[in-house]
Write a protein that binds this ligand. Structure first.
Ligand code: ATP
Length: 362
């Protein structure tokens, strides 16, 4: 995603005067309402947790535990009862690659702001080296090729608005240098990021902060493989607890005081075949919705479904299946649509290694 660099307010300005003023006005209105007619609890936030959750439940598979945590977070934010000098919420998503961590944040952004891109994504991998840490907070004066006051943060997306929270996603957190982690610790602690020059700050008190990390994912996978071959499975027992593995990996990467400032650390599960099938259904339903505009529809043969979902390495999560869907199935369908504009029902199936799409006659 292209990252837009915005310059913040001028020195001396706080980052969210408009929000602070409106918060004050809102409190007065609430006080008046209370005096008139008893307690009236009007949230300043104009998003519906139920609507956000409906989108998450329709699109994210196999991560029930994480979705339940998102529901509690959204309700709590909507009620606006959090501490004042902190971000609205801070979550760390752990788990292997391609299992829905980033997708969950994008769906929340879409449901709240109407766009999957309404979030400020900071890739910690690019900040891995110590001397890049300055890019987070604006380089100090004299730093080659930089202007003081510029940072990687897109202020609009970080701050949101009076009625909508901003959203920040720190990706690959385990790659962040110690210095960047220290900067983040301050943000989690105070809800503010003060620039090195001392005369500018970015306000995160109206922000939902998400962080993702693969820390511990390899160890958890090795644990899973040991279980597959081990005596516990043979005796029909559940796998042993993964928390210890996760906690050890977390402690290797992050200081306890950093971890203590995170509201919730959620582990996303690896996606098994069953969940890939469910995801394939979601993708197919989306494609059929688009095809309906052209009075057409597509079904997949049982064999093709199973090849799409089973013949891929589950270590790469859903990405490989989705790639095959978009790069192999959709072009085959497109060719069939263009060659046979008179047909309306299509079936995709396998011929050898190839996906072919033909007219479907029931
Ligand atoms: N559990 C899931 N439910 C729905 N879609 C998923 C799920 N997991 C992955 N996907 C799909 O797979 C793609 C990759 O997922 P996502 O970007 O969320 O990966 P990630 O978990 O953030 O991995 P990484 O750590 O590599 O960034 C997305 O297009 C997403 O739609």
């Amino acid at each position: 995603m292209a990252r837009k660099k915005l310059q913040g307010p001028e020195p001396g300005e706080t980052a969210m005067p408009f929000i602070n003023e409106r918060l004050e006005a809102n409190r007065e209105t609430l006080a008046r309402n209370r005096a008139d007619s008893g307690p009236v609890r009007v949230s300043r936030f104009r998003f519906e947790p139920d609507a956000v959750m409906a989108s998450l439940r329709a699109n994210i598979v196999g991560q029930q535990h994480a979705l339940e945590a998102m529901e509690s977070m959204l309700v709590r934010v909507k009620a606006d009862i959090g501490e004042e000098n902190r971000p609205l919420a801070v979550h760390l998503f752990l788990g292997p690659t391609g299992v829905g961590k980033t997708e969950t944040v994008r769906l929340i952004a879409e449901a709240i702001h109407g766009s999957r891109d309404a979030l400020c994504r900071i890739d910690m991998n690019t900040l891995a080296q110590e001397h890049y840490a300055a890019a987070l907070t604006g380089a100090p004066p004299g730093y080659v090729g930089s202007k003081e006051g510029h940072s990687l943060f897109d202020l609009e997306k970080v701050q949101g608005s009076f009625s909508k929270p901003g959203i920040v996603l720190f990706d690959e957190l385990e790659k962040a240098s110690k210095e960047v982690t220290r900067t983040l610790l301050n943000v989690l602690d105070t809800g503010r990021l003060v620039f090195p020059s001392g005369n500018r700050e970015i306000d995160f008190r109206n922000t939902l902060i998400f962080m993702t990390s693969n820390a511990g994912a390899l160890e958890a996978e090795a644990h899973h493989h040991r279980y597959q071959r081990g005596w516990r499975r043979w005796l029909g027992l559940e796998p042993g607890p993964q928390e210890n593995i996760r906690d050890k990996a977390l402690r290797r990467h992050f200081d306890p005081e950093f971890l203590n400032r995170i509201d919730q650390i959620l582990t996303f599960n690896p996606l098994t075949d069953q969940w890939l099938y469910a995801l394939l259904e979601i993708e197919l339903a989306g494609l059929n919705k688009r095809l309906a505009r052209k009075q057409a529809s597509l079904d997949l043969s049982v064999e093709l479904r199973s090849v799409l979902c089973r013949d891929y390495d589950s270590r790469y999560g859903a990405r490989e299946m989705l790639r095959a869907f978009r790069q192999k199935l959709e072009p085959a369908l497109a060719r069939a649509l263009l060659a046979h504009p008179e047909h309306s029902s299509f079936l995709a199936e396998l011929k050898g290694q190839e996906i072919v799409v033909r007219q479907y006659v029931e």
